[in-house]
Ligand binder design. Structure first.
Ligand code: HEC
Ligand code: HEC
Length: 234
């Protein structure tokens, strides 16, 4: 048995009595609910299999809640996850707690600086959190212009999302590519949903038109994704 697994079991046992009482701190119960998810999405929500399982750490809580409910209702198809999203497995109250827990996990994009007194375990645990998405090649000027004109309104000027619009920075590039392909084929609704829901929103600039991804060339999309991989350093 690995030390980590052993530690986790010990920790689980230690928290059991606390669970009997309703007053479990949110952070702890979020971790608890996240337990079965970690097999695919990683202990820290860092994702796995180079993006086959997306990163969840630091994602917007409102978006996680929203998309989990879409998985449950099959409006967004996700065969591996479908059973985990059923009301019985994951009631709405748990969705809220697990989303807040995941949103709170910060994964640095730089190797930390250690003090000479930091021991090996401290260094190892800190290093495990570092998540750096490899830079993608492309025309960064074009990517920046297009991203800021076409995407920033919803996904944030810094790519870190807003309200329930997902963060794109720090996510695996191949996962983002797969989602863009699904949007273009119409398998997953993109900005259309947001438009329907925000019809009354007078603050919305007219420039935001439907089907933004379908209007871009493959090269433009590559350039935008390249720009997103560079935004992670800012
Ligand atoms: C068997 C593997 C597996 C398990 C277990 C699993 N997931 Fe997933 N999850 C996936 C896959 C695969 C995707 C990506 C689907 C796609 O490509 O559209 C995903 C996507 C997601 C997304 C969407 C991310 C995004 O950026 O849109 C969220 C949120 C999520 N999972 C949360 C969870 C939570 C919470 C649990 C536990 C209750 C969980 N997952 C358990 C495989 C899994
Ligand atoms: C009008 C708002 C809006 C604009 C503009 C917009 N998006 Fe989105 N985007 C969304 C919404 C809403 C979602 C979540 C969709 C869903 O699952 O319902 C999303 C999801 C995504 C995802 C999937 C994220 C994930 O974690 O699964 C990608 C990739 C994406 N957008 C890329 C882009 C790019 C690139 C642009 C600019 C070319 C763009 N979006 C412009 C609203 C927008």
């Amino acid at each position: 048995m690995s030390t980590r697994l052993f530690l986790r079991i010990v920790l689980c046992l230690a928290t059991l009595p606390a669970l009997v009482h309703a007053a479990v701190p949110e952070q702890e119960s979020g971790k608890e609910i996240y337990g079965p998810c970690a097999a695919c999405h990683g202990d820290l929500g860092q994702g796995g299999k180079r993006g086959e399982y997306p990163r969840l750490a630091g994602q917007r809580a409102a978006y996680i809640e929203y998309t989990l409910k879409k998985f449950r209702s099959r409006e967004r198809i996700n065969i591996p996850m479908f059973p985990y999203t059923q009301e019985r497995e994951l009631p709405d109250a748990d969705i809220k707690v697990v989303a807040a827990y995941l949103a709170s996990i910060q994964l640095p994009t730089k190797i930390p600086e250690f003090k000479p007194t930091d021991d090996a375990l401290t260094r190892l645990l800190a290093m495990e959190k570092v998540m750096i998405i490899p830079k993608l090649e492309g025309d960064l000027e074009n990517g920046k212009r297009l991203y800021q004109e076409e995407c920033a309104y919803c996904h944030g000027v810094d790519g870190r999302g807003k309200t329930r619009f997902p963060m794109l920075v720090g996510q695996y590039t191949n996962y983002l590519q797969k989602q863009i392909a699904a949007y273009i084929k119409g398998e997953r609704p993109h900005d259309k949903v947001a438009d329907d829901e925000e019809e009354d929103d007078k603050s919305k600039p007219k420039a935001v038109k439907l089907g933004v991804l379908n209007r871009l060339t493959e090269k433009d999309i590559q350039d935008i994704l390249a720009y997103i991989t560079h935004l992670q350093d800012e």
